[in-house]
Design a protein around this ligand. Sequence first.
Ligand code: IVH
Length: 694
Amino acid sequence: MTKKPRPAQTLALARAEHARLGAEIAEHDRRYFQDDAPTVSDADYDALRRRYQALEAAFPELTDAFSLSQKVGVSPSEKFAKVRHAVPMLSLGNIFADEEVEEFCARVQRFLGLPDDAPLAMTAEPKIDGLSCNIRYEDGELVRAATRGDGYEGEDVTANVRTIEAIPNRLAGAPKIFEARGEVFMRHADFRALNARQAEAGKPVFANPRNAAAGSLRQLDARVTAERPLAFFAYAWGEISEPFAATQFSAVEAMRRFGLPANPLTKLCRSAAELLAHYRAIEAERANLGYDIDGVVYKVDDLALQQRLGFVSRSPRWATAHKFPAERATTVLEAIEIQVGRTGALTPVAKLKPVTVGGVVVANATLHNEDEIARKDVRVGDTVVVQRAGDVIPQIVEVVLDKRLRGAAPFAFPEACPVCGSAALREIDEKTGEADVVRRCTGHMVCAAQAVEGLKHFCSRNAFDIEGLGDKQIELFFKEGLIRTPADIFTLSARDGQGRPPLEAWDGFGETSVKNLFDAIDARRTIALNRFLFALGIRHVGETNARRLARNYGDWETFRAAARAPGAAEALADVEGIGPVVAEAVADFFAEPRNEAALDALLQEVTVEPMVAIAAGHPLAGKTIVFTGSLERTTRDEAKAMAERLGAKVSGSISAKTDLVVAGPGAGSKLAKARELGVETIDEEEWSRRAGTG
Ligand code: IVH
C-alpha cells in the first residue's frame, strides 16, 4: 500500500488506527507463528505493516516500546517461486486401531491377488511431525529444494535448504538425477533454545517444533534459516534417473550411503504382528526420542509390488500411517455456531474457551450434525472433553455431566437457515426412507452463505487458484456487491471505480496490492478442464471425479453437450468411476437455468483447455477398455488401475465406443457382444504384454 498518511489526520485518529493495526498485525503474527496457519496473503500482511510504519513516520509519538516496529524479521514478506514436482508428493492414509493393521495387510494382499496368509514384507518407521521436502540432486549436486505445497506444486526453498547442515549439498554414488524426499523438523532441545532466543529478543515464540521448523524453512532470508538448527530424515524419493534399490528397506540404506540421514528406527517386518510390535516399541520410546512423531508408517517393502499397488486418489495403496491416539483436554463450550457451507449444509461448530491440546491452542471444534449433538446431549455452558488427532479438526468427545450447570437447556437446532432465512430441511433418502443426517438450506443462490462459499471454493488452490483473492477479500467484495458470481471476478478490473471509489482507495488495499490482484486474476483466464469442473462446485464432484470426467470427455464442449443431453444422468454414470449419485448431481446442475446462465457469462471470460492424454505416448492412452471374465495374473482392481495409469478409460459395459476387450476364462455375454460389434478382443497374456507388465 502506498497511500500517504493524510496530513490533516489528527494525532488522536492516527493513534486509534495505529492501535487497531497493531492488534491486527499481532493477531496475524500469532496465526503465522503459533498456528503456522496465516489467514492473509503476504501482500496483505505487508500492506498492513507499511501502513503501520507510514503512521509512525508521520506521527513519531506513536513509536513507543510496544510498537511492533521495534521487533524485526517476523514476516515472510515476499513470495517464494513455485516449483512443479516432477513426481507428485502425495499423502498417506491413516489408521488408528490395532485391528486395522491386519486389515491394511489383508487389503494389500487382496489387491495383489495373494492369499491373506502369504508372507508379505513391510517396513515400519516413525512418522515424523515436521514438513516434507523434495531435494533434487543432479550429478550429485543439490540443485533444487521445494516444500510439498499442494502435492503438485511447492515453494522453492533451495537457498534455505543449502544452509541446513543435516542435508548434504553433495551426494556420493547416487543416480545422475536423484530426488530425496523426507521430513524437515526441529529437535526439542533446539526448539527450546530457539524460543528462548526469540523471547530474549522480544520476538514471538513458536507454539511447537513443527511450526518452528516450518517458519524457519519458509524464511525469505536464508541467513535466518542458517541460524535455525533444522534436522532431516530421508524416507522416500521422487524423480530418479535409474532404479537404485529393489526394496524400501534397501532404498533407505542406499540413501544413507549417499550421505543422507535416515531414521534409525526403520525396521523390516514380516507380518502384521511384527508391525504392531514395532509400533509398540516406537510408542514406548516416543518420549525419549527428542523430536515429535505422531505415528508409525508402514510400507510394502518390495518396490515392484509398490509399483503394482499404485495410488488411490492422493494416497498410496502400499503405505499407511498408524497414528498415535489423539490428545485430549477439558474446556467449556461457550456457544454453538451454525455455519452454512457451499452446498447449504448447516454445520454446528463448537466455540470453546481456548485450551491447549497437544501443543496447539484449540478454540473451535466440530459437532458434526444435529443428531450428534442430540446423541451426546451437548449443551451450551457444558464442560466438554476435546480431542485433537493430527491435522484433523478437533472434536468433542463427551460432556462432563458432573459439571453441568443447572438450567442448561438442550440445544435446539434451527430449522431455518441462519443466513438467508430459507427453510432448512433434511432430505429423505428415496431408498431407505430415512432423513439425511445433514440439514440443508434450500435457498441455493439466494443464500449469501452458499454463494460466498461457492466463490471461495472457485478461487481456492486446487480450483482457479487466484492469489490475493482469499476468503476475506471474497467476503468483502460480496458484501459490497462487487462480486456475486464467478464471472464477476474476471470483470472486476474493467468495472473498477465505476460508481464507487477505485479499489486502491479502499481500506486495506493499495496500488500494488490491487495491481497484483488484477494480474493474478488475468493469469487464470485459461484453465485446465479438470480444475474448471472442480471449481464449479457441483455436489459430489471433488478433484477425483472432476479428473475422471475431464479425462473421459477430453474437452469442455464435449462434456457440456453430454451433461445437457436428455438422459444425461445415465450416460454420465457410464463414465468409469462415476456412480449414479454423482451423475445425477451433474445432470441436475446443468438442468438449472441459473447455473447455465452463470456458466455462459463465465465462459465469456475464461478459456477451458482440453485435457492432454495423461500418457499421450502410450498406445493404450485414450482407449476405452472393458475387462470381462476372470483374470489370473492380477486382480480386476489392479488391471483397472494399470489401464488408468496408462491413460485408458475402463468401462463396465460394451458399446460402439469400446476399443478393446480383455477377456478371461468364463467371459460370457460381454464377449459375445464384443464379437458382434467387431471390437478387438485379447486375452490376459496379451493384455500384460501391451500394458508392459508381461
Ligand atoms: S512416506 C507417498 N514416511 O507424512 C507418501 N511420510 O501424512 C510418502 N511423513 O506428506 C510419504 N514421516 O510429510 C512417509 N516416515 C515417513 C514419514 C512421512 C512423516 C509425512 C510426510 C507426508 C505425510 C503424510
